[in-house]
Design a protein around this ligand. Sequence first.
Ligand code: AP5
Length: 224
Amino acid sequence: MRLVLLGLPGAGKGTQGERLAEKYSIPHISTGSLIRSVINSGLKLGEIVNAYIAKGNLIPDEYMMEILRQRVLADDCRNGWILDGFPRTVQQAKHLDEMLKRDSTVLDRAFDIRISAEEAVSRITNRRVCRSCGQIYSIEHSPEKVKGICDKCNGPLYQRPDDNVEVATHRIQVYMEQTHPVVHYYAQTGRLTSINGEQGIDGVFADLQVAVAELYAKKAGEEL
Ligand code: AP5
C-alpha cells in the first residue's frame, strides 16, 4: 500500500503516520525527520538543508528528491510506504508519479488531514519530540508521564527549533502557497480523501482506518 499524508504543519501527519505504520506493517517515512537526520549527521548536505528548514522554507527539489529516493529504495519499502511531508509541491507530486511509473506501480491514496491555521499554531507550539526515538507528544493533549522523559525509550524530549509561533506561521503560509495545490492535483486525478483532523487523535485514526480498509478490499477484489 502506497499512501501520502497531506495537511498543514501540525495537522497530525506524524502522529497518524506512526499509527498506520504499526497497524499495517509498512514504513512511515517523514521527510522532515529524514532531513533532520541529515542535519544531525554532520554532512555538508546537512548544513545546506538546515538553512532552509530553520526559516520554515522548503528544501529545493534537487536535494529532496535524492533524500527520498535513497529512503524508498530500502528493503522495507518493497510492500509500500506512508509518506508524510512529501510531496510538498505539484512538481514533487509529478516526480513521485514518474518514479512510481518507472517501478510499474501507483499511489493508492492521498489523505488530506484538515485543520484550521489557528489549531495548527497551537498544536505546533505545544509539541515536544523525543530526541532518541522521535515519539511525538503534546503538552496539552498527550503529555509524557515523567516531565521531559520519553515514555517509550526514556530519551530526552525537546522542542523543534522550527516550532515557535513565528516560524510556524511562515510554514503555514508556505503550505498554503506551495503545498495546497498538491491537494487539488490529487483531487483532480481522483486519488484524494479528506479527513477531519480536528477530532481527537483516536477519531482521526478511526476515519483513516476505514478508508485504508476500503483500499485493501478494493485491491483484493482486483487481484481475484
Ligand atoms: P515536517 O517535519 O514534515 O513538518 P510539517 O509538515 O510542518 O509537519 P509537522 O511535523 O509540523 O506536523 P505533523 O502534521 O506531522 O503533526 P504531528 O503529528 O507532529 O517538515 C519540516 C520542514 O522540513 C519543512 O518546513 C521544510 O523545510 C522541510 N521539508 C520537509 N519535507 C519537505 C519536502 N518534501 N520538500 C521540501 N522541504 C521539506 O502533530 C503535531 C502536534 O499535535 C503534536 O504535539 C501531536 O501530539 C498533536 N496532535 C496530533 N494530532 C492531534 C489531534 N487530533 N488532536 C490534538 N492534538 C493532536
